[in-house]
Design a protein around this ligand. Structure first.
Ligand code: GLN
Length: 551
């Protein structure tokens, strides 16, 4: 059976959240893959929501979308960017989904009259799902969300404890990611939080074999020894994860600390030394981009919340990598833009403007103003999902002369509903997992900018939306010069728009940011950044311009 062969790595977190557990897990996957092993990743989230699709970005950051249409935790984005594993809806599940499944089974009478309990019914459901995803790979990396000690993660940790016992010590390893804080007043790094966190984990029957210690400076060997001493972990398995200037340096750094060596030894896997050459190349290019810097304005409503645009941010970095450029991303608050009179003053300093996806009506008019500025001033523009929808509204209002054009999402009574509910969305009441989700094919027009960018005319991209361009306005839009360069194969949905007389102006209904990788940047980002660079050469500059590019 496959489960006999698959090795498991369980990644838990201690002390505080947001110490980079997801990136550590992703790097671990990258290192195992660099050793020629087949990997997959699983993320277990202890909250009650069935999935993060209905959660606010303030609570949860970005909602990542998989090909098969799961609305998933953003760590799945890290996993897909760092490895070649393809994530599906089975690779991420929450307490809510587990209980939902168990309660449905109970209602169907599948437990044959038993009292349904956390142990064994909930834990069995967790274990069965983990095993199913892990089947067929060499190493399954299972990350448990939250922090050890949270009440809600207990069933997951109990399932981990059982999986370890059932699979045997040579087939599983427990990696605990903790924080070793620097206490300024004492001038010392403190190991006590790590000791406590491991004690907590031990109390749940899990002895970690490897510790990854997040630390903001060098972790001296005597402190490693001290940690090892208090936690029953070998000193060689106390791995320091010092801050990195770019996340793609993490696999290299953890390799230097011996992480992958520790893993394969403990899991008794024979494998070659890892080939990290592509990671090294990426990091070198990022450190010293040969062609200078471009500045991109991102017009959004979550400007204080970088996690809300995680994949987008990474994709722009990848676009920079492909062009040997560094990308300076500037978040511009779309609500504030609504009050601005002199747009030139706010946006005139950027080499390109991007309007990302979003929901609701807040800040929409600011986005439309920014798009108008980009269109009229011939500034490279990229609109994604809501960004494309607003580009269509802007074009309808100011080029086609359709006063009062809008989206039904913001105003159900809008005079010209350029953007309206997709037919399949009418009558849907439930909010969870009911959008148009996941990968769909799209046909690009021959000779369009989109086809040039992709180098092909049939593409597949991931979606997450309820609204779309209203086909009744298609003719008007086209007559006035907007090219509908991407359509669904049945021609019923507008998936991409562009402006032929513009330097670079593209909108897409889908989210290309979910498919860009550091070693394979997405063409839409590569070309957008290239257009930004071209524009930076000719763009008018004011005295004392702050975002001057180097070339
Ligand atoms: N709110 C818009 C819709 O539902 C756009 C969604 C998005 O940008 N992801 O269609």
């Amino acid at each position: 059976m496959h489960t006999q062969r698959t090795k498991y790595v369980f990644v838990t977190g201690g002390v505080v959240s947001s110490i980079g557990k997801g990136l550590a897990a992703a790097s671990l996957g990258a290192l195992m893959e660099a050793r020629g092993l087949r990997v997959t990743h699983i993320k277990l989230d202890p909250y009650i929501n069935v999935d993060p699709g209905t959660m606010s970005p303030y609570q949860h950051g970005e909602v990542y979308v998989t090909d098969d249409g799961a609305e998933a935790d953003l760590d799945l984005g890290h996993y897909e960017r760092f490895t070649s594993a393809r994530m599906t809806r089975a690779n991420n599940f929450t307490t809510g989904r587990i209980y939902d499944a168990v309660i449905s089974k109970e209602r169907r009478g599948e437990y044959l009259g038993a009292t349904v309990q956390v142990i064994p019914h909930i834990t069995d459901e967790i274990k069965a799902r983990v095993r199913e995803v892990a089947a067929g790979v060499d190493v399954a990396i299972v990350e448990i969300g939250g922090t050890v000690g949270d009440i809600e993660s207990l069933p997951f940790l109990e399932a981990v404890r059982q999986l370890r016992t059932e699979n045997g010590p040579q087939n599983t390893v427990s990696v605990h990611v903790t924080l070793v804080p620097w206490i300024g007043a004492a001038g010392e790094l403190k190991t006590k939080p790590t000791q406590h966190s491991v004690k907590e984990l031990l109390g749940l029957g899990i002895q970690p074999e490897i510790l990854i210690c997040r630390v903001d400076r060098e972790l001296p060997v005597d402190l490693k020894r001290k940690i090892a001493h208090f936690t029953n972990v070998g000193v060689e398995a106390v791995i320091a994860a010092t801050d990195v200037s770019c996340i793609y340096e993490l696999p290299i750094k953890l390799h230097k600390e011996g992480l992958d060596q520790q893993l394969v030894e403990r899991l008794n896997i024979w494998s070659r030394q890892p080939d990290l050459s592509n990671w090294k190349r990426t990091v070198e290019r990022m450190r010293e981009p040969q062609k200078g810097t471009v500045s991109v304005a991102l017009i959004g409503k979550y400007v204080h919340l970088r996690d809300a645009y995680k994949s987008l941010h990474e994709s722009l970095v990848h676009g920079g990598l492909a062009n040997d450029l560094s990308v300076q991303l500037h978040y511009v608050d779309s609500e504030e833009l609504q009050r601005v009179d002199d747009m030139e003053k706010v946006l005139g300093e950027y080499d390109a403007i991007l309007v990302p996806g979003g929901f609701g009506d807040r800040g929409l008019e600011g986005k439309i103003k920014a798009i108008r500025y980009a269109r009229e001033h011939n500034v490279p523009f990229f609109g994604i999902c809501l960004g494309m929808q607003m580009a269509v509204v802007e074009f309808a209002r100011h080029v086609c002369g359709l006063d009062g054009a809008g989206t039904v999402e913001a105003d159900p009574q809008t005079k010209h509903p350029l953007i309206h509910l997709m037919p399949g969305q009418r009558g849907i009441q439930d909010k969870g997992a009911t959008m148009r989700l996941g990968a769909y094919p799209c046909q690009l027009a021959e000779g369009s900018l989109a086809a040039r960018v992709y180098g092909t005319t049939l593409i597949s991209e991931r979606h997450r939306h309820r609204f779309e361009v209203n086909n009744e306005y298609r003719e008007t839009l086209e007559k006035n010069g907007l090219r509908l360069s991407g359509l669904s194969p049945d021609q019923l949905l507008v998936e991409m728009v562009e402006l032929p007389n513009h330097r670079y102006f593209i909108g897409c209904q889908f989210h290309p940011e979910f498919k860009s990788k550091p070693h394979a940047p997405h063409p839409l980002f590569t070309h957008f950044i290239h257009a930004a660079q071209e524009y930076s050469r000719v763009r008018p500059r004011k005295e004392g311009s702050t975002h001057a590019s180097l070339n």
